[in-house]
Design a protein around this ligand. Structure first.
Ligand code: BGC
Length: 738
């Protein structure tokens, strides 16, 4: 008898094992939830930072490791490294229920290999490349035990005073939505559960980029029509792409802090959009509702946030300190807490952490990804694609590779960290991997190169001018490198003056005065104002902050080994007085007839309305000619597609790439409609003299818009279509929808 049972035992185990495997993740989550005390549930909703990196005040509150041991912390941010994450996870495994920790980090533009800042990458208009950039970042960061990146930031940015425009894809909802979805896919790879897939965190929900006056953390007040039409599309696209998590934002939106905004988090995100992941607050944003004047104290703040759908508290301790009492006082239903905890546990199961909490903390893998040559190669490619050629008078660029004396002047010629930009963490210990512009230029041909720093980035001293001018006088061409220090754009880096800091422009003037042709390279995280340079330099390359391969990529473009094809993802203002500035504005009842029309029209008396460089703008070392637009129909029905075709010819002497952009205008609507809206683009490569026919399909959905009742509607009427190489595209055609 016993023998028989013993024989059957393995089979019984197998059956039980199969049954366990069959449990869905939801069932597994429920079975863990049933075991949890209220305190343990609240622990899962609590995220704390390690103390070595911080973007806000850190509360010293005793031994965090002890809290992990008691199951009072669900997630850490700012802890990475295979060994460090493993040792913290080991402590979590000493807790009663052994629920693994999640490790999150701001992996914004690469990790070991630093890629161009997201705004720069957006200038490539190469969606696949942006997905790949996020993919590589996830491969490198996950190898250091990280499960979760606080990216992509998908906030629409129309105000270059706001330092965080560097983290997004610029001003356009259509481009922004494509980039948002691509970056989510890149980070999450083949899906959660793979050890090189990180959870994406779409931020900051919502409209954080519309802070009044471009001042970080400031209020946002806009109609729901405007919000839905121009600001929400990238968040929605990211959610549809399967983003695992969202982060809410610091700003109040129409009077309600985003952290406690039920409309955003419950009605839209978790309701209409069907988002199944969890929402983390921004750093301390739950507690900050007291300063907003929206909550009396942390008790009330915790109540408002959790009810509105903020599932995890980053660093404010409001949940830890108040949620238990709130439930006991019957101010918060336990079902609300359970829903938040389930969302968090679900992700931990999906990541495979309940099966093996250490699966990301692998020292071998970490070593392999420490300096991956394939990743560095890719960094050079995407960096070159991100560079925008703004000016090229008399084809001063590309520079010849021999026979000339070229003076390299300015604070970025030998810079290392300033090319990396804000949010670059794990490169510091190995700056030998970085080639400066100076070293990279030295490898291009056999010119004689001269160097003088001339000035620092923010210096007020002109002591170095003399040496710089002497070098300039001995040269045939001057290359000046101007821009912002790596921490001048980024969080809490709003600037009211977005011109070159320090005495850089004075030095440019002195160099121009030598009479030698000056080429200016601009390194920055945002659009800057540089009118003197724009008008007096012979050539200008906007090189942003390109990261690890900045030097090589810049030299490739400078000396013609790569023909630039980047296009601006934001309008560049003439002065700060034009901000906010964006191409998809409304016409108003008094539009100016031309640039000089000031006759009681919507214009400045002292400034043009047009930007210095429009959205979508960027030159090439070759030139492109656009034919006429051909439409397959002049009239379509509400269910029909329209096909627009155009021929583009490379009329220059070298091969090049062009981003062909399609815009529409809805001439009359039940609400006013923008003068132009991007609805499609294609990046094409053309050999010298080659022509290609590009065709776009405009779908009924592309013509829809949000009305005043926030309904997404299609209205019959007259439309215009524009195709060209930037948002001032002049080729146009008309069609009707009935
Ligand atoms: C930022 C977030 C970031 C968080 C964690 C906050 O201050 O607004 O974007 O993810 O800090 O570092």
């Amino acid at each position: 008898m016993y023998k028989k049972i013993a024989c059957l035992l393995p089979l019984l185990c197998l059956v039980m094992w199969v049954a366990a495997q069959k449990k869905t993740i939801d069932q597994k989550v429920d079975s863990v939830l049933r075991l949890m005390t209220l305190a343990e549930k609240i622990g899962q909703m609590n995220q704390l930072s390690n103390d070595f990196v911080a973007t806000g005040p850190i509360t010293k509150d005793g031994d965090k490791q002890d809290k992990v041991r008691k199951g009072m912390i669900g997630s850490y941010l700012n802890v990475y490294g295979a060994e460090r994450t493993r040792s913290l996870q080991e402590i979590a495994m000493q807790s009663r229920l052994k629920i693994p920790l999640l490790f999150g980090q701001d992996v914004i533009h690469g990790f070991r290999t630093i890629f161009p800042v997201p705004l720069a990458e957006a200038a490539s208009w190469d969606i696949a490349a942006m997905e790949q950039s996020a993919r590589i970042a996830a491969i490198e960061a996950s190898a250091q035990g990280l499960h979760w990146t606080f990216a992509p930031m998908v906030d629409i940015g129309r105000d270059p005073r706001w330092g965080r425009v560097m983290e997004g894809a610029g001003e356009d909802p259509y481009l922004g939505a494509l980039v948002a979805a691509a970056r989510v896919k890149g980070f999450q790879g083949k899906g959660l559960g793979n050890t090189d897939a990180m959870m994406a965190c779409v931020k900051h929900f919502a409209a954080y980029g519309a802070a009044v006056g471009g001042r970080d953390y400031n209020s946002v007040d806009m109609s729901l029509m405007h919000l839905n039409q121009f600001f929400l599309p990238p968040y929605k696209a990211a959610s549809l792409a399967g983003a695992a998590t969202f982060m809410n934002s610091f700003n109040d939106l129409n009077g309600i802090p985003a952290t406690a905004n039920k409309y955003l988090q419950r009605d839209l995100l978790k309701g209409q959009w069907g988002f199944k992941g969890f929402v983390v607050s921004d750093w301390g944003s739950i507690g900050e509702m007291i300063d907003h004047g929206y909550a009396k104290d942390n008790y009330e703040a915790a109540m408002l946030a959790v009810k509105a759908g903020s599932d995890m508290d980053m660093e404010s301790r409001s949940y830890t300190n108040n949620l238990e009492k709130l439930v006991k006082d019957k101010k918060v239903d336990i079902a609300v807490v359970d829903d938040a905890v389930k969302r968090i546990l679900r992700k931990k199961f999906e990541m495979g952490l309940f099966d093996d909490p250490y699966r990301f903390s692998n020292v071998e893998r970490e070593k392999q990804q420490y300096s991956n040559p394939e990743h560095i190669k890719f960094a050079r490619e995407i960096s070159r694609k991100s560079i925008v050629l703004l000016k090229n008078e008399q084809n001063i660029l590309p520079l010849p590779k021999l026979g000339k004396t070229i003076a390299f002047v300015g604070p970025f010629v030998k810079a290392i960290s300033d090319h990396n930009g804000f949010w670059s963490f794990d490169w510091e210990d190995d700056s030998t991997r970085i080639t400066t512009i100076w070293d990279a230029a030295g490898k291009k041909g056999s010119n004689k190169l001269l160097y003088a720093a001339g000035c620092g980035i923010t210096d007020s001293s002109k002591a170095g001018f003399e040496e710089a001018i002497a070098a300039a006088n001995q040269s045939d061409i001057i290359v000046f490198t101007a821009g912002e220090k790596r921490d001048m754009s980024g969080e809490a880096k709003s600037r009211s003056n977005i011109q070159f800091p320090g005495v850089q422009e004075d030095l440019i003037k002195a160099l121009v005065a030598t009479g030698k042709p000056v080429v200016v390279l601009i390194a920055a995280g945002r659009p800057l104002v540089f009118n003197y340079t724009a008008d007096n330099a012979k050539g200008i390359l906007y090189t942003w902050w390109l990261g690890t391969e900045a030097g090589n990529a810049i030299a490739d473009v400078l000396f013609g080994d790569y023909n630039p094809s980047g296009k601006l993802p934001m309008s560049f203002p003439r002065t700060e007085g034009q901000i906010p500035i964006y191409y998809n504005y409304f016409n108003t009842g008094r539009p100016a007839k031309n640039e000089t029309d000031r006759n009681y029209v919507s214009a400045y008396t002292d400034l043009l309305n047009t930007p210095k460089y429009p959205f979508g703008f960027g030159l090439s070392y070759t030139s492109f000619e656009y034919g006429e637009i051909v439409l397959n129909k002049k009239t379509i029905s509400a269910t029909e597609n329209l096909v627009a075709t155009i021929t583009v010819k490379n009329t220059g002497a070298v091969a090049g790439e062009e981003v062909v952009q399609l815009y529409i205008r809805d001439l009359v609507g039940s609400v006013v409609r923008p003068v132009k809206e991007l609805k499609g683009f294609q990046k094409i490569a053309l050999r010298a003299g080659e022509s290609k026919t590009v065709s776009f399909t405009v779908k009924p959905d592309d013509l829809k818009f949000y009305n005043n009742e926030v309904k997404f509607i299609l209205e019959p009427g007259d439309f215009k279509i524009f195709i060209g190489g930037n948002s001032t595209a002049v080729k146009e055609a008309a069609f009707k929808m009935q």
